[in-house]
Design a binder for this molecule. Structure first.
Ligand code: NDP
Ligand code: 2IT
Length: 453
């Protein structure tokens, strides 16, 4: 089987050159699947794995727009429609200068397995553009979003493909894109999720990814008869996922002590409180400024600027019990993983997508800590997007309590599926094997049922 994996990976690399993040995501999944393919030779015969790796469709397009000074710009837009085996394509849009086809293919690939785990009928997709919203005026962001949707609208729809937010795409961007979609189609439908409450959004969608990541950590701790109360927690990022991870940690009596952005991180030994979090939300969501300001405002905090010359990220080198990477891919390498373990961390719940390198993941698995991979731990966001779609379909809004109960239930079911599947396939406690295997089985069976399409 090792030979099979090597041959498959060689093929993936040859067919998809210069897409290292996509290779990494595929590698991480196929590493888990040997026992599944051994038990199910029919999947191998039907080339299920080879088909899942190949997107059903990739759309790539020009996005021309004009800045406030009248200068013209051209960005590249994408939508990767990876799998519609169990539902319409579903996944976020990322606006960030690092966006390219390989990054979106990795994200779309992860999304297929994640969405399968949510228990909801959601296929997998991802999209975005190499546009940088930072430093742009609202008018510039609006013109970009409108130009982006002027092409994307022909490829999406509430029963076809339902995008949402991701890095650089929040309420503001979803609003501008929704407005243009509605104008072009002359239809008010739930074509995007992450909408504002008054025009079709769901209560708790903004909070869902962060809350879900914390619920997943709590479920993992429960297996050791422990809880989050009193635990010191390292959190990276300071955007949507990080903010609500911190909110829920505070709510449950834990002590979050770090936050970061691409320019550096803060360590606040006194702990981040509700009042400090409110400052961060205003800083990041309204004023759109840098995290360094936190340390100017709160004297208990130390700010450390990012240093790309280091072989590790010092944020992960503080005493703690739990870590919640909530910024971006590959933010924890093997050295960072060693530092976390050395500092006493034994719970890692990934709010971001693929934040840990393959070697870092192996460190966590070898140490047998409670390691919740992103495709399971951060699935609360897309699950609540699924709940937003349900509410749009029945033209009703559920209460906050109702959505939170469903979110909580979904996260505990995902935890149960991952842990039971890991056990059934001979690797108890290995949530990554459990998530990959359970996510794969549902999609693979649907593909078998639906024939060669
Ligand atoms: P936001 O844009 O709201 O925040 C992103 C945060 O991460 C910012 O603090 C940003 O800093 C930091 N960041 C982004 N890129 C880098 C980088 N290359 N290096 C260092 N820091 C970086 O995005 P979200 O919070 O929505 O997303 C965070 C992660 O969570 C992503 O991996 C995303 O895919 C994942 N995710 C998001 C979901 C959602 O519902 N939003 C659902 C599931 C997963 P700066 O502002 O300086 O760029
Ligand atoms: O990575 C993710 O799961 C998201 N960015 C959320 C996707 C969604 O459709 O809500």
């Amino acid at each position: 089987m090792k030979d099979d994996i090597s041959a498959l990976m060689a093929d993936v690399k040859a067919k998809n050159p210069a897409e290292p993040e996509f290779h990494q995501a595929v590698h991480e999944v196929v590493e888990s699947l040997s026992p599944v393919l051994d038990r199910h030779p029919e999947y191998r015969k039907a080339k299920i794995l080879e088909r899942i790796i190949e997107p059903e469709r990739v759309i790539m397009f020009r996005v021309p727009w004009q800045d406030d000074q009248g200068n013209m710009h051209v960005n590249r837009g994408f939508r990767v429609e990876m799998s519609s085996a169990i539902g319409p394509y579903k996944g976020g849009l990322r606006f960030h200068p690092s966006v390219n086809l390989g990054i979106l293919k990795f994200l779309a690939f992860e999304q297929v397995f994640k969405n399968s785990l949510t228990t909801l009928p959601l296929g997998g997709g991802k999209g975005g553009a190499d546009f940088d919203p930072k430093g742009k005026s609202d008018a510039e962001v609006m013109r970009f979003c409108q130009a982006f949707m002027c092409e994307l609208f022909r490829h999406i729809g509430p029963d076809t493909d339902v995008p949402a937010g991701d890095i650089g795409v929040g309420h503001r961007e979803i609003g501008f894109m929704f407005g243009m979609y509605k104008k072009l189609r002359n239809e008010f439908t739930g074509v995007l999720t992450g909408k504002r409450l008054t025009w079709g959004g769901s209560l708790l969608r903004p909070e869902a990814t962060g809350y879900g990541t914390v619920y997943f950590a709590a479920e993992m701790l429960k297996t050791r008869h422990e809880e989050l109360t009193g635990k010191t927690c390292l959190v990276s990022g300071s955007g949507n996922v990080a903010q609500y991870t911190i909110e829920k940690l505070i709510d449950l009596g834990a002590r979050p002590v770090t936050l970061s952005d691409s320019t550096g991180y803060i360590y606040d030994e006194a702990g981040i409180t509700d009042e400090k979090l409110a400052f961060v939300m205003n800083l990041k969501n309204v004023r759109r400024c840098r995290i360094a300001e936190y340390a100017d405002k709160f004297k208990s905090a130390i700010y450390t600027p990012a240093n790309s010359k280091l072989d590790h990220n010092p944020l992960w080198n503080h005493k703690a019990q739990c870590a919640f990477p909530c910024a971006t891919q590959n933010e924890i390498n093997a050295k960072d993983a060693d530092n976390l373990l050395k500092n006493g961390v034994y719970v890692v719940s990934e709010g971001a997508n693929m934040p840990t390198t393959i070697n870092g993941v192996h460190r966590f698995l070898d140490a047998k800590i409670l390691y919740g991979p992103g495709k399971a731990a951060n699935a609360g966001g897309v699950a609540t997007s699924g709940l937003e779609m349900s509410q749009n379909s029945v033209r009703l809004s559920w209460t906050r309590d109702e959505v939170d109960t469903r979110l909580h239930h979904i996260m505990s079911v995902i935890h149960k599926i991952c842990s039971e599947t890991a056990e059934q396939y001979g690797t108890p406690g290995n949530y990554i094997n459990g998530a990959n295997t359970a996510g794969f089985l549902k999609v693979a069976n649907a593909m078998m049922d639906q024939g060669l399409v």
